[in-house]
Design a protein around this ligand. Structure first.
Ligand code: NAG
Ligand code: NAG
Ligand code: NAG
Ligand code: NAG
Ligand code: NAG
Ligand code: NAG
Ligand code: NAG
Length: 789
C-alpha cells in the first residue's frame, strides 16, 4: 500500500515535535537569531537542562533574554541580560562575530554581550553557562562571568564578583541587596540604597579578607558537589557559616540572593515529582530580620515603617495598625500611614486625646533612630509623652524607659518592647489585615491583640524571652557612670531588685566578687532571674562590674548567658542575668548519673561556638579569661551557656593581644600567663582544651589518687598513645562506639593545650575540628603540661 508510509512518517514527526528543541542542542552558528514572540524555540543545552532565549514574564507581553531550567515545570531563571527593563514582544537577539546583540522591535540596540575576542560560535553548556567561543574554541564571553542573582555548581565568583537580588518576587530589576566577593577577598552581603545602589554596611561577612594574600579569600566557589565556600590564596578552604550538606547527585542545585536579602541554596529533584518546588537547603543569614544590627541608614529587610518576622529564615513584613503597604503588590516595599500626621496638620484647638488613638503592639520594636529617650517613666507617662508631642508617631516602652520615634521607622522586628502607635481616630485598618479584635479600655485606648493562631504561638515564645526593651540609655534619676558605655541593657532600681529577690533571700551560690540570688521580676513576664550582688566598694568588684556591663552587655548568642540589666545606685552594684535552671556544667559533669555522651558533645560544641562568637563575631574580640566548668551554666533546654564575664578582657578593635595581670583559675590558665608576655584569645583556647578533656572523660582536671591519673591532660595523653580510649571514658559505651569522634576530639583537646599559643587552633578551627570538617593530625609537639600556678 503506497499510501501507508506517508501518514506513518507524519505521525513520527508529530510525536517528535515536543522534543524538537533537543535537535537545536548544538553549536549556535553565526547569524542565528531568536525573536521574542512567545513561540520561538530557545537554544538548549545537550542535556536539555538549560535553555537560552526569550523568557516570557508571567501574564505579560514582556520578555527577558535569559537562561532557565528547561527540563522542569518550574522554569526558574538563573541568568538574564541586565537590561534596565524587560523587553517588548518583537525584540530580537542575533549572534554575530562581535557577540550577541539584543534589539528592540524598532531595531534599537538595548544590550550587547562584549566578548574579548572574535566569536566563531555559541554554546549553551550543560552547566547552565552560555558561552561564546572563538575559532580555537577559547571562550571569549560567558554568562557565568556576568551573574545576576544566581550562581550554579561549577560557577566561580572571582575577586570583585557580585550578585544582585531582584526587586521583588516578580520584578527582575535590580533590587535592594547585593552579594560581593570583594576585591579584598571577603564575601559580604550588603543592603543597597535604592535606586543609586550605594552599598551599606554588610549584614554578613565571611571575614576572609586578610592583608596576607595567601591567607586572604581568592575565589567564591560553587563546587560540582553543591558546596559553596571561599578558597584562600594558598588554596585553603573557608566554609561559610551554615550547616554542611550532603549532595544528592540526582538533584539540581542553585544558590540565589533572593529579593528579601537572604542568600539561599536550593535543590530540586531532576526526576519529575509532581507538585515539586525548589526546596531550601541552607541559607545566610539565619534571620534577616535581626541581621541588620547597626544600620546608620536604610530601611531594614521590610522597608520603612513596617516590621519583619522571620519564619525559618524567610521574612514576612507587616504594617502597624493604621498603616498600609506603600505598594500593595510588594510587601517588602514598606508601609505608609493611612492618615495625616505630624506637626502642623492639626490647628491645636482639639486635645490630642480627641484626635489620636493609641494602639499597642507587644513584642515589636524599631530599635534604632530614637529622637528622645525619657525615663524612668511608667507606661502611662510614656503614652502621654507621645500623645502630647506632635513630632511623636510611635513610642517604645521598655521597663522604665520611653523611646520616642518619628517616621520613617526602620528595621522593625519582633523584639523586646511595647510599641505604642499613634493612630488618627477613624482611620481604617490596613486593607487585607485580619480582623484584629480591639478592646476599648476606660481610657479610650485601643489594645491591639493578635488573633491568628500562628502569631499567638510566636508571641508566646517571643514575649517571655523578650520582655525587656533591649536598650538602655541615660536615665534621669539613676546614676550614670560615663565609663559604662551605652549598652543594650535594662537599668533596674535597687528597690525593684530587692523586691524581685524578696530581700535577697534565696542564695544560688557565690561567684567571683559577689553572691548570686534567685529572683522573679514582679512586673510583666514574671521572669526568673539570677541577681548577682557585688561586694561593696572593692576595686575588683567595681572592675568586674564594668567589665561585665561593657563586655557582655552588647553580646547576644545562644551559648552565652544573657545579661539582662544592672543596677548602679549609690553604693549598690548588681547584675541581673537570665536564670539557668539546670545549674553548672561542673555539677552536671561530675555528678551522678554520668551525663550521656551525645549530650556532652552537644554542650562542648555549644561552648566552642559561644567562644567563636566572643573571639571573632563581636565588634571587638572578647577574651573570657576564666573558662571552666563552674562558669558554664545549663539552661532548661540543656544548652550550655558561658557565664561569669567578671574577668573578661575586651580588646580594642584591631588589637589582638593585651598585657594584663594573671586572670583565671589554677589548672585552666595557659602557660603564657606566667611568662609576662601579652596574651591573646588563645588563652581561652587553652582553658577550653582542658575543659574539653573533662567533658570527654567526665572527670576533673586534677584528682587525688593514683599518681599516673592525677593530672588529666597527662593521663589522657598516655591513654591515647597506648590506644586505651576506653579507660579514658571509663567504659562509656556510647563514647567507645563513637570511636572516630572520640579520637578526633581528644586530639583536638591536645591541640588546644599546646604550650606554644601559636600552635593552638583558633576557636573557629576548633569547631571545625570537632565537627569533623577538617582532619586532626596527632600533634607533633607534646609540649603541653599541667600548668601549675
Ligand atoms: C561546536 O563546535 C566546536 C568547534 O567547531 C566543536 O568542537 C564541537 O564539537 C561543536 N559542538 C557541537 C555540540 O556540535
Ligand atoms: C503568575 O501570575 C498569576 C496571576 O497573576 C499568579 O497567581 C502566579 O503566582 C504567577 N506566577 C509566578 C511564577 O509569578
Ligand atoms: C550590565 O552589566 C554591564 C557589565 O557588568 C555593565 O557595564 C552595565 O552597566 C550593566 N547595565 C545595566 C543596565 O545595569
Ligand atoms: C575573555 O573572556 C573569557 C570569558 O569571560 C575568559 O575566560 C578569558 O580569560 C578572557 N580572556 C582575556 C584575554 O581576557
Ligand atoms: C520593577 O521595579 C522597578 C523599581 O521599582 C520599577 O522601576 C519597574 O517599573 C518595575 N518593573 C515592573 C515590570 O513592574
Ligand atoms: C602569609 O601566610 C602564610 C601562611 O599561609 C605564611 O607562610 C606567610 O609567611 C605569610 N606571609 C606574610 C608576609 O605574613
Ligand atoms: C505613673 O506615674 C505617674 C507620675 O509619677 C503617677 O501619677 C501614675 O499613677 C503612674 N501610673 C501608674 C499606672 O503607675
Amino acid at each position: 500500500m503506497a499510501s501507508s508510509p506517508i501518514p506513518n512518517l507524519f505521525l513520527l514527526l508529530l510525536s517528535l515535535l515536543p522534543f524538537l528543541p533537543i535537535f537545536s542542542a548544538s553549536n549556535v552558528t553565526l547569524g542565528s537569531s531568536l525573536s521574542a514572540n512567545g513561540n520561538n524555540s530557545p537554544w538548549i543545552s545537550p542535556s536539555v537542562d538549560f535553555a537560552f532565549g526569550f523568557y516570557q514574564l508571567n501574564n505579560t507581553n514582556t520578555f527577558l533574554l535569559a537562561i532557565w531550567y528547561a527540563n522542569i515545570p518550574d522554569k526558574t531563571i538563573v541568568w538574564h541580560a541586565n537590561t534596565t527593563n524587560p523587553v517588548q514582544a518583537g525584540s530580537n537577539v542575533e549572534l554575530t562575530a562581535s557577540g550577541l546583540t539584543l534589539n528592540d522591535p524598532n531595531g534599537q540596540t538595548i544590550w550587547t554581550s562584549q566578548p574579548n575576542g572574535t566569536v566563531s560560535y555559541g554554546t549553551m553548556l550543560d552547566a547552565g553557562n552560555f558561552v561564546l567561543s572563538d575559532t580555537k574554541s577559547n571562550f571569549v564571553w560567558e554568562s557565568f562571568s556576568y551573574p545576576t542573582d544566581t550562581i550554579l555548581p561549577t560557577q566561580i565568583l572571582p575577586l570583585g564578583g557580585m550578585l544582585y537580588s531582584k526587586f521583588s518576587e516578580t520584578n527582575y530589576s535590580k533590587g535592594r541587596f547585593e552579594l560581593h566577593f570583594t576585591d579584598g577577598g571577603d564575601l559580604e552581603l550588603n543592603p543597597v540604597a535604592w535606586p543609586s545602589e550605594l552599598p551599606y554596611a554588610p549584614y554578613y561577612s565571611s571575614r576572609t579578607d586578610n592583608s596576607n594574600s595567601s591567607e586572604s579569600g581568592f575565589q567564591l566557589v560553587f563546587s560540582q558537589s553543591a558546596d559553596i565556600y571561599v578558597v584562600k590564596g594558598n588554596g585553603g578552604v573557608v566554609r561559610l557559616s551554615w550547616q554542611n550538606i550532603a549532595q544528592n547527585p540526582n538533584n539540581y542545585y542553585r544558590a540565589t540572593l533572593d529579593f528579601d536579602g537572604v542568600f539561599r541554596e536550593y535543590t530540586y529533584a531532576k526526576t519529575s515529582v509532581s507538585g515539586q518546588s525548589w526546596s531550601i537547603v541552607r541559607h545566610i543569614p539565619d534571620d534577616i530580620c535581626m541581621a541588620l544590627t547597626n544600620p546608620q541608614v536604610g530601611s531594614g529587610a521590610c522597608g520603612f515603617n513596617s516590621y519583619c518576622r522571620a519564619n525559618g529564615g524567610t521574612p514576612s513584613c507587616q504594617c502597624p495598625f493604621g498603616y498600609s503597604f506603600m505598594d500593595p503588590n510588594n510587601n517588602f516595599g514598606g508601609c505608609k500611614p493611612n492618615f495625616p500626621q505630624g506637626c502642623g496638620v492639626d490647628d491645636g484647638t482639639k486635645k490630642p486625646e480627641d484626635v489620636y488613638d493609641l494602639v499597642e503592639i507587644q513584642g515589636v520594636n524599631w530599635p534604632f533612630g530614637d529622637y528622645e529617650s525619657l525615663g524612668p517613666y511608667n507606661q502611662t507617662q510614656c503614652e502621654q509623652a507621645c500623645l502630647n508631642d506632635c513630632l511623636c508617631d510611635v513610642a517604645i516602652f521598655g521597663g522604665t524607659i520611653c523611646w520616642k520615634k518619628k517616621l520613617p521607622l526602620f528595621n522593625g522586628r519582633m523584639e523586646a518592647g511595647l510599641a505604642i502607635i499613634k493612630v488618627r481616630k477613624g482611620s481604617v485598618p490596613p486593607s487585607g489585615s485580619s480582623s484584629f479584635p480591639i478592646s476599648n479600655s476606660k481610657k479610650d485606648k485601643q489594645i491591639l491583640l493578635w488573633s491568628s493562631g500562628s502569631v499567638n504561638v510566636l508571641l508566646l515564645v517571643v514575649i517571655p524571652l523578650m520582655f525587656f526593651s533591649i536598650r538602655w540609655k541615660r536615665s534621669r534619676k539613676a546614676e550614670h557612670d560615663s565609663s559604662v558605655p551605652e549598652t543594650n541593657l535594662h537599668l533596674f532600681t535597687f528597690e525593684e531588685l530587692k523586691e524581685a529577690t524578696e530581700g535577697f533571700k534565696d542564695e544560688l551560690g557565690s561567684g567571683s566578687f559577689g553572691i548570686v540570688y534567685k529572683g522573679v521580676l514582679k512586673f510583666g513576664s514574671k521572669k526568673q532571674v539570677a541577681v548577682k550582688k557585688l561586694d561593696k566598694s572593692t576595686q575588683e568588684g567595681e572592675r568586674e562590674f564594668k567589665a561585665e556591663v561593657s563586655a557582655i552587655g552588647k553580646t547576644h548568642h545562644k551559648n552565652l548567658v544573657q545579661l539582662l540589666g544592672y543596677c548602679q545606685e549609690g553604693p549598690h552594684r548588681l547584675l541581673v542575668y537570665e536564670f539557668m535552671s539546670n545549674g553548672s556544667l561542673a555539677n552536671f559533669l561530675f555528678g551522678l548519673p554520668r551525663p550521656d555522651w551525645y549530650q556532652r558533645t552537644q554542650m562542648a560544641l555549644g561552648i566552642a561556638r559561644g567562644l567563636v562568637y566572643l573571639h571573632e563575631d563581636c565588634n571587638a574580640p572578647i577574651i573570657h579569661c576564666d573558662i571552666k566548668p563552674e562558669n558554664i551554666l545549663i539552661d532548661q533546654n540543656f544548652t550550655a551557656r558561658i557565664s561569669d564575664f567578671g574577668l573578661a578582657k575586651s580588646l580594642l578593635l584591631n588589637q589582638t593581644r593585651t598585657h594584663t595581670g594573671i586572670r583565671g583559675t589554677r589548672g585552666y590558665v595557659a602557660p603564657e600567663w606566667f611568662k609576662n608576655v601579652p596574651v591573646t584569645v588563645k588563652v581561652d583556647v587553652y582553658s577550653f582544651g582542658v575543659m574539653l578533656l573533662e567533658i570527654i572523660c567526665c572527670r576533673k582536671m586534677a584528682e587525688f589518687g593514683e599518681e599516673e591519673k592525677a593530672i588529666l591532660t597527662d593521663w589522657a595523653y598516655d591513654c591515647y598513645m597506648n590506644g586505651r580510649l576506653d579507660i579514658l571514658v571509663d567504659n562509656d559505651q556510647a563514647a567507645i562506639e563513637d570511636k572516630v569522634t572520640l579520637g578526633r576530639w581528644i586530639l583536638t583537646a591536645f591541640w588546644c593545650i599546646q604550650e606554644d599559643p601559636s600552635k593552638r587552633p583558633t576557636m573557629k578551627m576548633v569547631t571545625q575540628m570537632l565537627e569533623g570538617y577538617v582532619d586532626v593530625p596527632i600533634p607533633t609537639s607534646t609540649s603541653f603540661s599541667y600548668s601549675s600556678s
